[in-house]
Each structure stands twice: as C-alpha cells, then as structure tokens.
Ligand binder design. Structure first.
Ligand code: XIL
Length: 546
C-alpha cells in the first residue's frame, strides 16, 4: 500500500497551509527541475567564504558551487559549526535544558556542533511567569549560561505567542490590562538578558489564513486586534535597542497564501515604522513534499528586499509520510536538509539556520503520539545521512538534479509526449495549452512515466498560465499504480495562478513504493471548466546529494 504523497493535510505544523505560489513572473520563475537555469543571485556573505564565488548558474543544480575554501568549491568541514562559519552563517539548535542537565552526550554534541542556541521552552512566557507577579528564571538563566560557556550566541524565544502563555492571562482582561501585561513581560524579560541575547522572536505565529481575519485567534488578537503586533515590537525595541527583533512563523517557506499574507502584513508594519529586523521561517517540513529550492530562495529574497534578515528558525524534517524502509526515508531526508542549508548558504540575506533539536532522542515531534526521525542524529547519537546533507548545504552545494523523467518537457518537439485530458491541446509558442476543458480534473497529461521514475527525492518545476477566471489553483498530480493493485494520486505541487501571468508551479517530493510501480502519469489540472491552461518548461528530475 502506498501512503499518499498528497496527504499533506494529515499532519500539523509547517507542512500544509501554504501551498502553492503566486510568484510573479518578474525575473523570477526559478526553475528547479525545468530548464535548469540558475536563480542564484550570487555568493553567500563574504565573511567566511574565500572564493568570492557567485553561483555558477546553468549547471544541473540550481545554485552551483560557491567556491569555498580556496579548493575549487570542494570545501570541507568537520562540524556543522565549521561548515556554517565557512558560509558566514550561524548554525543553531533548540536547547532542551532538561536533556542538557541529564545527558552528557547531548551536552557534548550541543557544544561541538552548534554556535547558537534557542531555548526550546525556557524563555516562553508560561514557564517564566507562573503567576502575574512572579518570575522563575532558573531554566532560562541556566540556558543562557550553557550557551555562554559554549561560546554560543542566544536567540530568545518567544515573547508573544498564542500558545504556552500563562493561564492567568485571560480573554476577560481589559485591553489596558492585557497591554500592560505584555509590555511588562517584554520589558522584564528582555531587560534581564540585555546584552546576552543576540536576537528575540518577539511575536510568533500571528497569522492563520484559515481564520476569517487571516490572524491567529489568540487572546491578544481577540482583546487588542492586530495592533498588538506593532506594540510588541515597539516595546521590544525600547527594552533592548541592541537586540535583533524577529517575527517568527510556521508554514511560510513556500510562496503561497500564508507567506503572502505574512509578507503583506510585515510590509505594512515596516511602512508604519514598526521596528522589525528579521523574519524566521520555522521550516518544520516533511520529506514527502516541501517547497523547491528556487521557490524557497525567491521567498527569502522578497523578505530580504523589505530590508529584513531571514533565518530558517526551527528546522526538522518528518519522514514517515514517505512509504518505504528507513534507509530510503533517511536518504531522502538527507537531500531535504541539504536543500534547506544550501538555500541559506546561497542567499546573502539568510543569517543562519536553527534545527529544532539535533537528536531523534529528544524531538517535540515524538511528543504528540506520532514519533518520527526528524533530526540530524539518531537516538544513539550517531550522525544520520541528514547530518551530511546539512553539512554539504552549508558548503554551498545544493542537491543535484538528474535527467528529466518527462518527454519533451520544454515543448521543443511540438506536442510530442503530451495529451489533452478531457480537453483540446494545442501548441502556443513554447507552451502547450489545454482549452475546452471539461472540469477541474481536465488538463494536460503525460503517461508512461513508470520506467523513468525511481524511489527517492525528486524536483518538479514548471510554469503555468491560466486565462478566463479570477484566480485558479493549478495542481500537478502524479497518479501511480502499483503491482499490488493500489493506486494513488499524489499532489506534488500547486499554485494559485492569476489570469494572464506565468507563475511557478514547483515543489520537491519523495517517492517510495511498497510494491513495484506499474504505471505513473503526470496530470496538470485544477481550474474550473473552460479556463484555458498553458504550461511550459516542465521538469521532473531525481535529486541526489551530488
Ligand atoms: C515546541 C517545543 O519543542 C515543545 O517542547 C513544546 O512542548 C511545545 O513547543 N513552533 C514554535 C516552538 O515556535 O516554540 C514549538 O516548540 C514548536 C512549534
């Protein structure tokens, strides 16, 4: 039985919610799997790199080599710390202070591999303030001491969040009472660690595009409206003018509905003079489906263009939604970690990444009754393939793209290989267009892909255009059949497309089969009947570490 690559909505944070892209085509459709053109704007920050290398576009991997280490791009590093430093980035981990206290191996690896920590829970409002008039600093102080003893910088997390805030805060407080509580908490906490904490997540997860307003329905939003966000940042700047102030959010790695809302919100706040220095993309991903490298990098760049620094702030990569044995899942996970760290290494505005822990022994993902292997070290503290992926990414090596599994993906041979699916198909320049579509499942199809597809990590990328509707979601669906008789529709990418504009439809996905693959076809579909759908530059390529 094959478990759905398409079942994105089955699991919670970070993995769903922000599907697709509205990427305007301005300069922009960076093709991970299509034509292979590089979206790279150049080198990582120069602080650690030696080769001055811009991305060497046009190769089989988007991004190319940075030329680190003066040895022609083959830089090497013994630890994540070293590798990140070569890229001029930091590498952080969530710090589980209880594990640190009780587990010497945990403490040793934490010190050796990372140069920044984010206390996983110890600096959240709830543990800090058990009552309205008392603070308990024990775990937070110890976390800061640990970091300093290891020569690690500290990111404080998090001042205002709809979860893990004290139970004595309540929706029956008056606006003035709640504002005072927030202000006092921010001043007290940031004041205590002034000069020690480099950066703070001031507001966490304020956006929820599933709600009527687009904002998370927290006590803060309900009592104060969206202004609480601006207030929190202003109080934070006063409390510690030196600390970098971050907005941190889940599920915004991909350009799409949620990241677009967040982008508009942050743009408006900055225009109002609200002091925000950076944005954290939490990056809780699943290896069965996640944003493509080009999409992630474009997303980093648009926030950078607002003047912000960007971080990938809570990385972990679930594996269990990919069918197959552990060996396969861990190999695919390696590529996912490599993609995330290489995106940061290749984007000058990305200041660093933080993993949400480092050993599968202690991961918050194990706590919700659904244990997984989402991190870099296994439960016995052995390095997993994911560790090597993270290291390679920091060294400026993104995953490499293999041969296109599709025939005539660029339509250079007319319509060869393509068929209309309940639609008429015609060539229009270098694009194929489906018209007279019968319904949302009608569009374009390429069949007989089974022989060209193997288990493992893949990149899908294309450009799509719709005509004849306001906005229409376009999906790339892989329909597979297995020898055991099961079949599945795997949604490998989707995008809300605006009429008349080419937009990027891309995504990375893992394939695993529990019995041999007997047939596979790609379908591009989604808009309402009769909306014309055009497609160009289509690629579906295996991803490998090198
Ligand atoms: C998690 C911690 O890892 C868990 O130990 C705790 O029980 C719940 O919170 N997004 C965030 C983090 O911003 O603070 C969350 O951390 C994970 C999701």
């Amino acid at each position: 039985m094959l478990v759905g690559v398409g079942s994105v909505a089955l699991f919670a944070p970070g993995c769903g919610g922000s599907e697709g892209t509205d990427a305007t085509s301005s300069g922009g459709v960076s093709s991970d799997a299509g034509s292979g053109s590089s979206s790279g704007s150049g080198a990582a920050s120069s602080t650690g790199g030696t080769g001055g290398g811009g991305a060497s576009g046009g190769s089989s991997s988007d991004g190319g080599s940075l030329g680190f280490g003066g040895d022609g791009g083959q830089g090497s590093a013994a630890t994540l710390r070293e590798a990140a430093a070569l890229a001029g980035k930091y590498v952080g981990t969530a710090l589980d202070i209880v594990a640190h206290r009780n587990d010497a191996t945990y403490a040793e690896i934490l010190a050796q591999e990372f140069d920044e920590v984010t206390p996983e829970n110890a600096m959240k409002w709830e543990p800090l303030a058990p009552t309205a008039d008392t603070y308990d600093w024990e775990d937070a102080d110890e976390s800061a001491d640990v970091a300093e003893a290891n020569d690690q910088s500290i990111k404080g997390h998090t001042l205002v969040w709809h979860l893990q805030h004290p139970t004595w805060l309540s929706a029956s407080m008056t606006p003035e009472e709640l504002r005072l509580a927030m202000q006092s908490h921010i001043e007290t906490t940031m004041g205590r660690y002034r000069g020690r904490v480099r950066a703070w997540d001031v507001v966490n997860e304020a956006v929820d595009v599933a709600s009527a307003s687009g904002y998370t329905e927290s006590i803060f939003y309900e009592v104060l409206g969206p202004d609480y966000i601006a207030d929190a940042f202003r109080w934070a700047r006063e409390a510690d003018p030196e600390a970098l102030l971050f907005y941190n959010e889940v599920g915004i790695e991909r350009i799409g509905a949620k990241s677009n809302f967040t982008y508009e919100m942050i743009s408006a706040l900055l225009e109002d003079g609200v002091p925000i220095d950076g944005i954290g993309f939490q990056s809780h991903i699943s290896i069965h489906r996640y944003p493509s490298l080009g999409n992630l990098r474009s997303n980093i760049r648009r926030f950078a263009d607002l003047g912000l620094v960007v971080s990938l702030s809570e990385i972990d990569a679930r594996t269990l939604l990919l069918p197959g044995d552990r060996d396969l899942r861990w190999r695919v996970q390696r590529v996912a970690m490599q993609q995330l760290t290489s995106a940061c290494a290749l984007e000058p505005a990305c200041e660093g990444v933080t993993f949400w822990g480092f050993t599968d022994n202690y991961s918050w993902i194990n706590d919700d009754g659904d244990p997984d292997d989402a991190l870099l070290f296994d439960r016995s503290y052995q390095k997993k393939p994911a560790y090597q992926g993270a290291l390679d990414g920091f060294l400026g090596r993104p995953p490499a793209l293999g041969e296109n599994a599709l025939e005539n993906g660029d339509f250079s041979a007319g319509l060869d290989g393509w068929e209309g699916l309940d639609a008429d198909l015609a060539l229009s320049g270098e694009a194929g267009c489906a018209s007279a579509r019968a319904g949302t499942t009608a569009g374009m199809v390429q069949t007989d892909l089974a022989a060209a597809l193997a288990e493992g990590a893949h990149a899908f990328a294309a450009e799509v255009r719709v005509d004849g509707s306001e906005e229409a979601v376009v999906d790339a669906i892989l329909v597979v059949e297995l020898e055991d008789g099961t079949s599945e529709e795997l949604n490998i990418a989707s995008v809300p497309a605006e009429p008349g504009a080419w937009v990027e439809l891309s995504g990375y996905f893992g394939l695993g089969f529990e019995s041999p693959l007997t047939s596979a076809e790609l379908q591009i579909r989604g808009p309402a009947a009769d909306v014309e759908l055009c497609l160009r530059g289509v690629g579906m390529r295996p991803l490998s570490p090198e």
